[in-house]
Design a protein around this ligand. Structure first.
Ligand code: NDP
Length: 297
C-alpha cells in the first residue's frame, strides 16, 4: 500500500490525510484523536481493490472539542461515511439521526453512513469479534460458557452479538463491579428475550469457561485482570481484544494455564469488513488482509 499523502481538500476543523485522493470516488474517513496510527485506510484500500469498489478512504484528525463540526463539514463536502475511533464513539452515537439495534445496545457508534440528510449510526466492533471467534478461530459460542472481562465501550459493543450467538451462560466481570451490574440490568430491560447476563467482580468468577474475552484495557498497561486460574480449562479459548507483535500479557497468562489464545487483530479486520458491507453492500474477504496486517506488526 502507498504511504499516506496530504489530501488537497481542506477541512477547517480537522486535518485530513488521504491514501489515494480521487475526485470521482466515494469518500470515507476514519476519525479519531490521535489517528496517525490507524490501520483502517490500509484495510479499506485492500478491501476496495479486492471488490473493485471505487472509494477514497482517509484519516481525519478531529480536535477533541470539534468532532461534530468535523463530521458535518465532511458531510457538506459529500462524504459518504466514517469510521469512528477513540475518543469519539459516544459523540458519534449522540449525533446519529438513526441507530441500528447493535449500536443502540452498545451505546456507542464506530460506523457512520451519510445519505439524504440522515446520519446512520452503527456499531460493528461486536459482530467483528464474534465473526473472528466463530469463523476464523472456528470456536463455537452456542451452548458454551462465556466470560467477558470489562464493562467499557468494547465490552458493551460485544454483548448483544455474543448473546445472539446463544451461549448457555454469559458472565460479565469487571474491576468496578457496579458497572457490570448496571450494564447487565440495562440489557435485561432493553433485550428481555436474550439470555441474562451474570455480573460479578474478578475474584468471584467460577470457572472453567469455554471462551474468555478480555475487553479490559489492562493489557495496555501490561496488567492481567486478577481472575482465578480455575477459569481456564484445556479447551478454553482466551481472546484478548488487544493485539500486537507479541502475545499480550493476558495471552501469556492464559497460555501458561493451558488455554488456547488469540489476539484482537482479526476483530479489527472483521469490524472493518462489516463497516465496508454497511457502506457498499459488498462483503470483502478478510483472510489475505489479516495475513498482510499480521506480517506488518
Ligand atoms: P474503556 O476505557 O471503555 O474500558 C476499559 C475497561 O477496562 C473497563 O472495564 C475498566 O474497568 C477496565 N480496566 C482498565 N484497566 C484495568 C486494569 N488494570 N485491570 C482490570 N481492568 C481494567 O476501553 P475500551 O472498552 O474502549 O477498550 C478496551 C480494550 O479493547 C482496549 O485494549 C482496546 O484496545 C481494545 N479494543 C480492540 C478493538 C479491536 O478491533 N481489536 C476494538 C475496540 C477496543 P473499570 O470499569 O473498573 O474502570
Amino acid at each position: 500500500m502507498s504511504a499516506p499523502v496530504l489530501n488537497p481538500v481542506a477541512l477547517p476543523a480537522a486535518t485530513l490525510i488521504s491514501e489515494a485522493a480521487s475526485l470521482s470516488a466515494d469518500r470515507y474517513v476514519v476519525i479519531g484523536n490521535p489517528i496517525a496510527h490507524s490501520k483502517s485506510p490500509d484495510i479499506h484500500a485492500r478491501f476496495a481493490l479486492e471488490t473493485a469498489q471505487s472509494i477514497d478512504y482517509a484519516r481525519m484528525l478531529a480536535p477533541l472539542d470539534g468532532f461534530e463540526e468535523a463530521v458535518q463539514e465532511f458531510v457538506r463536502q459529500g462524504g459518504k461515511g466514517a469510521n469512528v475511533t477513540v475518543p469519539f464513539k459516544l459523540a458519534a452515537y449522540a449525533m446519529a439521526t438513526r441507530l441500528t439495534a447493535r449500536a443502540e445496545a452498545a451505546g456507542a457508534v464506530n460506523t457512520l453512513a451519510f445519505s439524504d440528510g440522515e446520519i446512520l449510526g452503527d456499531n460493528t466492533d461486536g459482530i467483528g469479534l464474534v465473526t473472528d471467534i466463530l469463523r476464523n478461530a472456528g470456536t463455537p459460542i452456542a451452548g458454551k460458557r462465556v466470560l467477558l472481562l470489562g464493562a467499557g465501550g468494547a465490552a458493551r459493543g460485544a454483548l448483544l452479538p455474543l448473546l445472539q450467538s446463544r451461549p448457555v451462560q454469559l458472565v460479565l466481570a469487571n474491576r468496578t463491579v457496579a458497572k457490570a451490574q448496571e450494564l447487565a440490568a440495562q440489557f435485561a430491560q432493553k433485550f428481555p428475550k436474550e439470555n441474562t447476563i451474570v455480573p460479578c467482580g474478578f475474584a468471584n468468577v467460577d470457572g472453567p469457561f469455554d471462551l474468555i474475552i478480555n475487553a479490559t484495557s489492562a493489557s495496555l498497561a501490561a496488567e492481567v485482570p486478577p481472575i482465578p486460574v480455575s477459569v481456564f480449562g484445556a479447551r478454553t479459548l482466551a481472546y484478548d481484544m488487544m493485539y500486537g507483535k507479541q502475545a499480550t500479557v493476558f495471552m501469556q497468562f492464559a497460555s501458561a494455564h493451558g488455554a488456547n489464545v488469540r489476539d484482537g487483530l482479526g476483530m479489527l479486520v472483521e469490524q472493518a469488513a462489516e463497516a465496508f458491507f454497511v457502506w457498499r453492500g459488498v462483503r470483502p474477504s478478510t483472510a489475505e488482509v489479516y495475513a498482510a496486517l499480521r506480517a506488518q506488526l
